[in-house]
Write a protein that binds this ligand. Structure first.
Ligand SMILES: [Zn+2]
Length: 288
């Protein structure tokens, strides 16, 4: 496709030079100065004005002079004319530019309007309204240090075991915990704040350590399934559940843990509002 763009000039002013005689034919008051404005166009639509140029022509001998070739008297007279009746570049030469600005303003206003007044739930997929996701995110937010054996005996025991088994490279004080039991399912969430010190290929060992500890721990009678998620500093890096695992060690899909919270909800997403989208928990929180 050929694009037609470039510059064009249009005459914007025509003025007489007063009290000047032509240096060539000596005719008095014979000069007419035409001023042109050059503009950049795209498909002949003026986009931006560029520069002005003027040319003087003697009406008698038809000799023409560019501004650079004006005599001192002609220059003086031309400057006086410029002050009296300046040649302004017309607004239409910036038409394309103004049209683009206007278009931008319209698009911007529409997007602002959409942000503030648009339907709030239009972008929410049914996935985002799965209350199990919110429960998981809440639990991940609740990962924290374990201080007290009395308040959280299972978590404390797990922490003690993990600290004992831990391979070099991970600082035990930088590991935080959250655990929860639901029926026969046990959720174990760890956050390892200096995960970057562990090579990606070795991170899977953390899951092995946790599993070893869980199998050795007392007080887990009646628990059949373990749901283990390990957070790095920024994201989930390891996930292991009875059905699925994500042990590559870099970016794990934390939503593989959702079956811990129960079956996926089957209901019309329209009926779920934010207040009812919390799990009514039948769980025994270990921290209590
Ligand atoms: Zn002349």
């Amino acid at each position: 496709m050929i694009f037609f763009f470039g510059t064009r000039a249009s005459k914007i002013k025509e003025r007489q030079l007063r009290n000047i005689s032509c240096p060539y034919c000596n005719t008095a008051n014979s000069f007419t100065v035409s001023t042109y404005s050059r503009y950049f166009h795209f498909f002949w639509i003026p986009i931006v004005p560029l520069f002005k140029s003027s040319i003087a022509e003697c009406g008698h001998c038809k000799k023409s002079y560019a501004v650079a070739n004006f005599s001192p008297e002609m220059k003086r007279s031309f400057e006086q004319e410029n002050q009296r009746d300046p040649a302004k570049r017309p607004l239409w030469q910036g038409l394309g530019c103004m049209a683009l600005l206007a278009l931008f303003a319209v698009v911007f206003s529409i997007s602002l309007y959409g942000t503030f007044f648009g339907p709030k739930d239009a972008n929410k997929s049914s996935k985002a309204q799965d209350p199990r996701r919110m429960a998981l995110q809440e639990d991940i937010r609740n990962i924290g240090p374990v201080f007290s054996e009395e308040k959280a005996p299972l978590t404390y025991a797990l922490k003690e075991c993990i600290n004992y088994e831990l391979v070099s490279g991970i600082d035990p004080t930088k590991i935080e915990y959250f655990t929860q039991i639901k029926e026969d399912r046990f959720l174990i969430l760890l956050k390892v704040r200096d995960m970057k010190k562990v090579e990606v290929s070795s991170r899977k060992i953390l899951i092995d350590i946790i599993e070893d500890c869980l199998y050795a721990m007392e007080g887990l009678n009646g628990v059949n399934d373990f749901y283990i998620g390990i957070e790095g500093k920024w994201n989930t890096v390891l996930v292991k559940t009875p059905l699925e695992e994500d042990l590559e060690g870099r970016f794990a899909d934390k939503y593989k843990l959702l079956p811990f919270y129960g079956e996926a909800p089957v209901r019309n997403p329209r009926e779920v509002d934010s207040s009812s989208a919390r799990i009514t928990s039948d769980s025994l929180e270990l921290v209590k």
